[in-house]
Design a protein around this ligand. Structure first.
Ligand code: PDD
Length: 279
């Protein structure tokens, strides 16, 4: 018998197995996709990253892109979102087995997901947001989109308690990314962002922005920079599935550049809107 939230249950009676390794160890991976007017944005990129996260953690991943996409669209439709702006969450855990840290034999991965309506954050995209600088206490494989998110959860909560929208994380003074977004800064007309190595998530929106920057002939440096460079930036912005291209107008109460949304980020926002069919 298992004890779950005040009840004694048999595993067969539970929807999520009490010994699912996602639940016990955060032993699983996930993707968050944007749905614009019922259409999933950048599906193939999300699928490819899902497969890579699984491979890095040696989690079985038996679904093809089209199988998983069908499930994803069913989630959208069954939740009445076929013409809505929404968010779609998919996760795969290694599976359920008697608890042991090493991988048990014969694990069957467990896929689950949900979708719900989510409007674009239009006011924040227009006016920009405040950020809080915080230490990056996460593990050293931030390139894997794993369920272990406590470092991100704690940072986001601290940012919120400081009146900020998002955290900007740094490792010993080197700026990495946001708690749930990538970070770019603009200095003298060039874009700077941390290289896509093990210290950040290779964001899909980040990739879209890199391509848009190339099309707009904006110079890009995928280079690590420090908090001092950040403090002297002309502009800064987060990128991510939920935040799109989000201007940062202040960091720890200090204005970024003029303290108003800058011209480069506006240009990228317009180009980004065009990629979702709103340009
Ligand atoms: N987060 N970096 C981190 C740490 C993230 O968690 C995310 C996304 C990103 C941006 O990646 P993308 O552009 O592919 O969304 C960067 C999702 C939205 C989340 O956990 O809710």
């Amino acid at each position: 018998m298992y004890f779950v939230d005040g009840r004694w249950v048999d595993a067969a009676e539970t929807l999520i197995h009490p010994e699912d390794r996602g639940y016990l160890f955060g032993d699983g991976i996930y993707e968050v996709c944007r749905v614009y007017q019922g259409k999933i944005y950048q599906w193939e990129a999300h699928y490819q990253r899902f497969v890579r996260s699984a491979a890095e953690l040696r989690i079985a991943f038996p679904w093809t892109s089209s199988e998983l996409q069908s499930t994803a669209y069913e989630l959208v439709e069954k939740n009445g979102l076929a013409a809505e702006d929404a968010i779609l969450y998919l996760q795969v855990t290694r599976g359920a087995a008697p608890r042991t840290h090493d991988f048990p034999e014969g694990m069957k991965p467990v896929l689950s997901g949900f979708a719900r309506k989510m409007a674009r954050p239009l006011a924040q995209l227009e006016n920009g947001v405040a950020a809080a600088l915080l230490p990056d206490i996460r593990w050293l494989r931030c390139d894997i989109k794993s369920l272990n998110l406590l470092g991100a959860v704690m940072a986001k909560q601290q940012a919120k308690e400081r009146g900020a929208f998002e955290a900007i994380l740094h490792r010993d003074g080197t700026v990495t990314e946001g708690s749930a977004s990538n970070l770019f800064v603009v200095k003298d007309g060039a874009l700077y962002t941390h290289p896509a190595n093990h210290l950040i998530l290779r964001g899909i929106t980040r990739q879209v922005v890199l391509e848009l920057a190339a099309q707009l002939s904006l110079p890009v440096r995928e280079e690590a920079f420090d908090t001092q460079f950040l403090a002297q930036a002309d502009e800064a912005f987060f990128t991510g599935t939920t935040v799109e291209v989000m201007p940062v107008v202040s960091i720890d109460g200090q204005p970024v550049g003029s303290g108003r949304v800058g011209a480069v980020v506006r240009k990228l926002q317009e180009a980004f809107a065009a990629t979702i069919g709103l340009g």
